[in-house]
Ligand binder design. Structure first.
Ligand code: IPE
Ligand code: IPE
Ligand code: MG
Length: 248
């Protein structure tokens, strides 16, 4: 649904199951450190949690699951850690896509692909193409993703279109901006989960989370399982979403 950020739903009251769940998968490093293991071991275990989380999301009837895998700021980490994460990504793409496809999951990536290695981009493009017709759930993996970067890109494209006389400044409204984001065809998240006790958004989906419900858990991402997912859904269902309307 292009321009999914608007209009906002008008009804207030307890929400149904979330259509779109987004997750900031945080705490791999601390999980490893607490065990005296290298950070990469935490990331390796984190990949197992990804599998569990996808299964849990399917079981809960989630239509879109967006996972923050690597931020535009994560490039600042040591070369060894970045290389290790990229190797894990390769392994994940090589091993998991067939399973996702079998389970009816459509796979897409959002983020700045120009910073990813060509072989990774090729695997992503193949995976997106292979799973394009699947309808059970859409898995959105955010890689080299930063929300401010996403908004800057949208602003540049729109500015160029205005400069070229293809549109006027007044043509730019909320649906227009939504359409120029990586998430153009994806509805806004209903629920955002962040693990590891941090309570910040870290440049994730800034525009899209305008009315998203946030659930924070102390669980470190490698320990996150079906029961944590179910607990977050249950917390979400106890919330009252108002979208600016008067309370019930
Ligand atoms: C999340 O875990 C994974 C990525 C950001 C790639 P971290 O690596 O941020 O783990 P902590 O926050 O240092 O524990
Ligand atoms: C956010 O976690 C990015 C991902 C989970 C991929 P970070 O660990 O990078 O965020 P900060 O640095 O704690 O804000
Ligand atoms: Mg972290």
């Amino acid at each position: 649904m292009p321009g999914a950020s608007v209009p906002l739903p008008v009804s207030a009251g307890p929400p149904e199951s979330p259509r779109h769940v987004a997750v900031i998968m945080d705490g791999n490093g601390r999980w490893a450190k607490s065990r005296g293991l290298p950070r990469l071991e935490g990331h390796r275990q984190g990949a197992e949690s990804v599998r569990r989380c996808i299964e849990a999301a399917i079981d809960h009837g989630v239509e879109y699951l967006t996972l923050f895998g690597f931020s535009s700021e994560n490039w600042k980490r040591s070369e060894a850690e970045v290389n290790g994460l990229m190797s894990l990504l390769r392994l994940y793409l090589r091993r998991e896509i067939a399973e996702l496809d079998k389970n009816g999951v459509r796979f897409i990536v959002i983020g700045d692909r120009s910073r990813l290695e060509p072989d990774i981009n090729k695997m992503i493009a193949d995976a997106e193409q292979r799973t394009a017709g699947n309808t059970r759930m859409t898995l959105v993996l955010a890689l080299s993703y930063g929300a401010r970067d996403e908004l800057v890109r949208a602003a540049r494209v729109l500015a160029r279109a205005v400069a070229a006389g293809e549109m006027t400044a007044d043509d730019i409204d909320e649906p227009t901006i939504s359409r120029y984001l990586y998430t153009a065809d994806i509805p806004d998240p209903d629920l955002l989960i962040r693990t590891s006790g941090e309570q910040r958004i870290s440049n994730f989906l800034l525009w899209q989370c305008a009315y998203t419900e946030f659930v924070f858990t102390d669980t470190l991402w490698p320990d996150f399982d079906e029961s944590d997912f179910a607990a977050a859904i249950s917390t979400y269902k106890g919330r009252e979403r108002r979208f600016g309307a008067a309370g019930v």
